[in-house]
Ligand binder design. Structure first.
Ligand code: RB5
Length: 145
C-alpha cells in the first residue's frame, strides 16, 4: 500500500485533515504527523519532518500544507532526495509527477478551496513518472544538490 505522509503548519490544519480523510478513503496509508492543535508554529519544522520521512523511505509520497504552500515547500526541498512542488492547478500536479518525479506536493490553504485542493491531490497521486528523457533531467537536479 502506498504510504503518504502529511504535515502542515497552523494555517492549514483543517485542509490537512480534509486531505487526510480523502486520501485515506482512496485506500492509501496516511501518516499524519500533525501538528494537532491550531497553536502558531513554524512551517520549516513540519516541512522538514515530512520530507525526512520520504527521504528515509518511511513514506512513499508526501503532502505538505501551509498558508501559501510556499514556505513549507522550500523547507521540504532542503532534504536530500525530495522533490516538492507547490500546485494550485491539476495540470501542474500531474506534470510534477509525470516529468519531475516529484515525491511531495505542497498546497496553500489560504489560496485554495477544499474542492480544488482535493482534485489537485487526486491528480498528483494518480499520475506516474514517465521516465525516459525526464529521468535524465531529474538526475541533473539530483546531481546539482
Ligand atoms: C503563516 O502565517 C504563513 O506564513 C505560512 O503558513 C506560509 O504561508 C508560509 O509560506
Amino acid at each position: 500500500m502506498t504510504r503518504v505522509v502529511l504535515s502542515s503548519d497552523h494555517a492549514a490544519i483543517d485542509l490537512r485533515r480534509a486531505v487526510a480523510d480523502h486520501v485515506s478513503a482512496q485506500g492509501y496509508e496516511v501518516i499524519d504527523i500533525g501538528p494537532q492543535t491550531a497553536e502558531s508554529t513554524h512551517y520549516p519544522l513540519h516541512g522538514r519532518a515530512a520530507a525526512e520521512a520520504v527521504s528515509a523511505g518511511e513514506a512513499d509520497l508526501g503532502i505538505v500544507l501551509c498558508g501559501t504552500g510556499q514556505g513549507i515547500m522550500m523547507a521540504a526541498n532542503k532534504v536530500p532526495g525530495v522533490r516538492c512542488g507547490v500546485c494550485s492547478d491539476t495540470f501542474s500536479a500531474a506534470m510534477i509527477r509525470a516529468h519531475n518525479d516529484a515525491n511531495m506536493l505542497s498546497l496553500g490553504a489560504r489560496v485554495l478551496g477544499e474542492g480544488l485542493a482535493l482534485e489537485i491531490v487526486d491528480a498528483f497521486l494518480s499520475t506516474e513518472f514517465e521516465g525516459g528523457r525526464h529521468a535524465t533531467r531529474v538526475g541533473m537536479i539530483e546531481d546539482a544538490s
